[in-house]
Design a protein around this ligand. Structure first.
Ligand code: URA
Length: 440
């Protein structure tokens, strides 16, 4: 077989066989297929698409390119949750302890943030001392003992995805539904959980810009997971506007603790309750009303918050910052951004606001960049709010004041103002399961 012929077949709109996909993926991981040929294949896939069967085969090959986690020594139903990425998206820090407090096992491997989107592992590391690399035995023991561990994705898992994603990132081939689906699901299948709840975000701050595209991606990922014997469902959630009020690592940890303590922002609390409810439903804990009641109970009685602290403590984190966010090392500099107009805020563009936060030092432009955990944005006004010219929209935090000007310019580009109150955005648009799509 020649890589040239595999590329040409896809370029001409053909359907690749498992053998042809295996030749490309395994050859790329072993170094026999060079970057330029894999790049050409990725672009051909981007342009011509893939069938469901081809995408499932590609996912399986990518998952098996490295270690497949065997979670059989953890007793009980293991539930995972994955977000396709967002701004201010700190839901894992809430829903993982909530689900575990309701009696399911959460053995979760998470990623880092890149560009305008954040990552759970960075947020965890904002809690001083937290270890995100546990040995396999420590990981299993902690999940058996506490019901929860959240660690960084092992470099041994799905190496094909890591190499392919690095190429996609520089060849304008990220925004392809079969490539995103196979990338995400290869890692989820390799991580070994029985049930997987996908949070497929839609809007300016997400990969998917429209609800139909998000539903298409969700359907494909649900199909791939189910074909591989996992229980999978997806919620389509809004990412036109940042979730919650805070963006930036320690700010987001503090805000997630507010949700766990029952005093978090309404939008974040609602999305977290729905995600946790759907995780429990997948795990067979009951119907929707029953699962939602369990979620509300562990939030109200403080057991989810206590479990979150136990998890951080077990992973060597300094839990004083979870009790009292004033224990976080503060940013040396802060700056208030004020409204340039009177009126209603018609838009708070998640992508622009995510980039502004990254410019303050909260995120990475390149993988190698370091993060300022104290940097970020606290928003006081979001889409739908009425404001007066000169009124405070947000506070910026950073340890490098030279960053304020560019961040403010980008942040304000994300706002538009009008005379009429805009229609309130939905927080959750749809649920996708094996049996179909339910729109809300
Ligand atoms: N997240 C991933 O892990 N892969 C993609 O391709 C896109 C988002």
């Amino acid at each position: 077989m020649r890589m040239y012929d595999v590329i040409a077949k896809k370029r001409d709109g053909g359907t690749l066989s498992r053998e042809e996909l295996a030749f490309a993926v395994n050859g790329f991981v072993s170094g026999q297929v060079p970057d330029y040929q894999m790049s050409a294949l990725l672009m051909a896939i981007y342009l011509k698409g893939m069938t469901g069967e081809e995408t499932a085969q590609l996912t399986d090959l990518m998952a098996h390119s490295g270690k497949m986690a065997d979670l059989s020594s953890i007793q009980g139903v293991k539930v995972d949750k994955h977000s396709t990425g967002g701004v201010g998206d700190k839901t894992t820090l809430v829903v993982a302890p909530v689900a575990a407090a309701c009696g399911v096992k959460v053995a979760k491997m998470s990623g880092r943030g890149l560009g305008h989107t954040g990552g759970t592992v960075d947020k965890m590391e904002a809690v001083p001392g937290t270890r995100i690399a546990l040995s396999e035995q420590e990981f299993f023991d902690q999940v058996n003992r506490l019901g929860i561990a959240v660690v960084g994705q092992s470099s041994e898992m799905a190496p094909a995805d890591r190499k392919m994603y690095a190429l996609r990132d520089v060849t304008a081939t990220v925004e392809s539904i079969p490539l995103i689906a196979s990338s995400i699901m290869s890692k989820k299948l390799a991580s070994g959980s029985d049930c997987i709840l996908l949070d497929v975000t839609v809007g300016t701050g997400a990969f998917m810009k429209t609800v139909p595209r998000a539903v298409e991606l969700a359907r494909l990922m649900v199909e791939i997971g189910c074909r591989n014997g996992r229980k999978v469902a997806a919620l389509i959630t809004d990412m036109d506007t940042p979730l919650g009020s805070c963006i930036g690592n320690s700010l987001e940890v503090a805000e997630s603790m507010e949700v766990l303590k029952g005093c978090g922002p309404e939008d974040l609390t609602q999305v977290c309750c729905q995600l946790a409810t759907n995780m429990l439903m997948l795990a067979g804990k009951g119907g929707e009303a029953e699962c939602l009641a369990m979620v509300k109970r562990v939030l109200a009685d403080g057991s989810a918050f206590r479990l979150c602290k136990e998890m951080f403590h077990a992973q060597s984190g300094d839990v004083r910052v979870l009790d009292d966010p004033r224990c976080f090392a503060p940013a040396q500099y802060q700056y208030d951004v004020c409204s340039p107009s009177d009126g209603f805020i018609c838009k708070t563009d998640a992508e622009k606001i995510g980039i502004a936060s990254m410019l303050l030092g909260a995120g990475r432009l390149k993988k190698e960049d370091s993060i300022d955990y104290a940097a970020g944005i606290r928003m006081y006004k979001k889409q739908g709010a009425a404001v007066r010219r000169g009124e405070r929209l947000a506070t910026f935090y950073t340890n490098d004041p030279a960053r304020f000007a560019a961040a403010e310019e980008t942040f304000l580009q994300g706002f538009s103002f009008g005379d009429e109150k805009p229609e309130q955005l939905k927080l959750i648009y749809a649920r996708v399961t094996q049996s179909g799509v339910e729109y809300f």
